[in-house]
Design a protein around this ligand. Structure first.
Ligand SMILES: [Zn+2]
Ligand SMILES: [Zn+2]
Ligand SMILES: [Zn+2]
Length: 201
C-alpha cells in the first residue's frame, strides 16, 4: 500500500456518509481476467466492508479479487492509459526518463467561479440585507435581486472563490447546501463545515 490516491470524485452521488475514501492503495493491480497490470486512481471502503479501487483507465477492482504488486518483473505489460495518467497526475515521484508526463484529473481543481455565486441557499444575508456572506467561501459580496418574475430570488453576486470550504471527497463543491443547524454540508450528508466554525456564528 504505497501509492497516494486521489479523492474518489463521483458525479453519481452513490456514496453515502458511511463510505470512506482511501488515501493509499496498491501500485499495480490486475484481476485474473485482465491482460495487463493497471493502476489505481482512487479507493473507497464502504460501510458494508467492501473495498473498491477505481482504475485510471476506467473500470475497477474490488475486495481481494485481484493481485497487487509493488514492482513488476521485466516484460510484464502495464496499461498505458493508466500508467501515463498515474505518473502525469503526480502519483509517482519519478516518471520515464527524458520527459515529464502531465495529466490533470477532471473535477479536482477548485472552481474558478464560487459555487455560492447567485445561490440563494448559500447566501447568508447580513442585516440590513444589501450584503451577504457566501457560505461556500465566507467572502462578503453584494446581494442582488435576480431570477425572473416567476422565480425571483435575492442572492450574492457571482464571484471568484475566497477561502473555499474543504470539499466533499466524492462530490467536491458541486452539491453544497446549508445544514439546518447553520453549518455547511454536501447533499450526500457529509458535514463540510460545522456550525461553530462559521465566521457568522
Ligand atoms: Zn488501465
Ligand atoms: Zn463564495
Ligand atoms: Zn458529497
Amino acid at each position: 500500500m504505497t501509492v497516494h490516491l486521489i479523492p474518489p470524485v463521483s458525479s453519481l452521488g452513490l456514496h453515502g456518509p458511511d463510505a470512506e475514501p482511501l488515501t493509499e492503495g496498491p501500485r499495480y493491480v490486475r484481476t485474473a481476467r485482465m491482460t495487463r497490470w493497471h493502476r489505481v486512481r482512487s479507493g473507497v471502503r464502504y460501510g458494508t466492508g467492501r473495498t473498491v479501487y477505481s482504475l485510471w483507465c476506467t473500470g475497477s477492482v474490488a475486495d481481494d479479487q485481484f493481485l497487487s504488486r509493488e514492482e513488476l518483473p521485466e516484460g510484464d505489460l502495464v496499461c498505458g492509459p493508466c500508467d501515463g495518467r498515474a505518473v502525469g497526475a503526480g502519483q509517482e515521484p519519478a516518471g520515464p526518463p527524458g520527459r515529464t508526463l502531465a495529466f490533470r484529473p477532471r473535477d479536482l481543481a477548485p472552481p474558478t467561479i464560487c459555487p455560492g455565486s447567485r445561490s440563494e441557499r448559500l447566501t447568508q444575508a447580513i442585516p440590513p440585507g444589501t450584503v451577504g456572506r457566501c457560505l461556500a467561501c465566507e467572502d462578503l459580496h453584494p446581494i442582488r435581486a435576480m431570477g425572473g418574475p416567476y422565480n425571483p430570488r435575492a442572492a450574492i453576486v457571482q464571484h471568484a472563490p475566497g477561502r473555499l470550504v474543504d470539499p466533499c471527497p466524492f462530490h467536491r463543491w458541486k452539491y453544497l447546501q446549508p445544514s439546518a443547524d447553520g453549518g455547511l454540508a454536501c447533499s450526500c450528508g457529509r458535514v463540510l463545515r460545522a456550525p461553530d466554525q462559521s465566521a457568522a456564528a
